[in-house]
Write a new protein. Structure first.
Ligand SMILES: [Zn+2]
Length: 365
């Protein structure tokens, strides 16, 4: 197997680099690669992390995935890229400094209008996408992904959870193929030991460019099941969530049939659940129509019923100006950071009851 400069034979692990662009000051921007090639045949799982450069727990979890004992146990291959956005990592910044915007919104969408030549962040994203999908021009052999997990973090103190995209049909695949992709995504998501949250509905999904996130493009462009794993707090490595991230990847290997059981070296973490028995989708909710200072009335993990108060908005003197309630049943994933809010600012990240279809015609998106 080969990814960039890293090569393995069956039964081996290796490290190397995937070149993605030339730096103006000399040298190359390159992504670290770790490989484990199993002694048996089976699926190839890719794990990526750090596309948002301040989401460090995912980077640490990805760095800790390989073990010298893994290849002998493995039927298939594991490809790990622990730092997808080195420019962001250098500055502990969500964005790279190439464009100053979200690097996780430039993965391929052939339907997107492109009036000017792609700039460097898009070129980097395209190089990674080509490697993941085994494009013939990419420096990859026998390592195209059968599934991908992209490790992120969310809000300060947030609940860990996994995000699966809705699957689209149209030009790329018919409805039956989109349903099969939905089922593969659901099986993989349910295996990770974390609450499962479905991505925004359209038009918010495409409006926010999420079909051009790494997992959105791998799922809906390449047709390969890909999930986003959110591992709690950003900007510091959280040891509990790092362990949960490592365990989630190994659970995925078991689900995919690459391992029979969880090896003994995998961190011993209990699966966690959402606490509700209905399907959930992501929602930035509720928003305040009153400016002021936020005093949350909910904690992460709380189960909410429509109409429950989420936060008070108080004056600088501490007098309550408004109480903001949720319009949905759901679960608190994270609380908004900071205290000061302007009108229409969001107060929380919720997972709310999802009644929208999981398979959607692409024409509508
Ligand atoms: Zn992220």
């Amino acid at each position: 197997m080969r990814v960039g400069t890293a090569t393995t034979d069956p039964g081996e692990t290796a490290t190397g680099w995937l070149d993605v662009t030339t730096l103006p000051t000399g040298g190359r921007e390159r992504l670290p690669v770790l490989l484990a090639e199993g002694t048996g045949d089976g699926p190839t799982l890719w794990v990526t992390a750090g596309v948002h450069g301040d989401e460090l727990t995912g980077v640490a979890a990805a760095q800790d995935l390989l073990d010298d004992r893994l290849p002998d146990r493995l039927a298939g291959d594991l490809v790990v890229v622990p730092t997808v956005n080195p420019a962001g990592l250098r500055r502990t910044s969500r964005e790279s400094y190439y464009h100053g915007d979200d690097p996780n919104r430039y993965f391929p969408d052939p339907d997107a209008d492109q009036y000017r030549p792609p700039r460097v962040q898009q070129r980097i994203d395209e190089a990674l996408f080509d490697a993941v999908t085994g494009d013939e021009d990419a420096p990859v052999t026998d390592a195209a992904a059968d599934a991908l997990l992209d490790l992120h973090t969310a809000h300060v103190g947030s609940l860990p959870f996994v995000i699966r995209d809705r699957t689209l049909y149209g030009d790329r695949r018919d409805e039956a193929a989109a349903e099969a992709l939905r089922d593969d995504l659901a099986a993989l998501a349910d295996a990770l030991g974390l609450p499962v949250v479905t991505e925004y509905t359209d038009p918010e999904y495409t409006g926010e460019g999420l079909h051009r996130s790494l997992t959105g493009a791998v799922t809906n462009e390449a047709g390969v099941p890909a999930l986003t794993v959110e591992l709690g707090t950003h900007s510091v490595v959280d040891e509990t969530e790092r362990a949960r991230g490592v365990a989630a990847v190994y659970r995925a290997l078991v689900n995919l049939g690459a391992l029979d059981t969880l090896p003994g070296w995998v961190p011993d973490t209990e699966p966690i659940t959402s606490g509700v028995d209905y399907r959930l989708r992501r929602a930035v909710h509720p928003h305040t129509d009153t400016a002021g200072l936020v005093r949350h009335r909910v904690a992460v993990g709380d189960v909410l019923t429509e109409g429950d108060p989420v936060a008070d908005v108080v004056s600088p003197h501490g007098e309550v100006r408004a109480t903001v309630a949720t319009d949905h049943d759901g679960v608190v994933l994270g609380r908004g950071e900071g205290m000061a809010v302007y009108e229409n600012d969001p107060l929380a990240s919720l997972a709310v009851r999802d009644e929208a279809p999981l398979v959607v015609p692409r024409e509508e998106s």
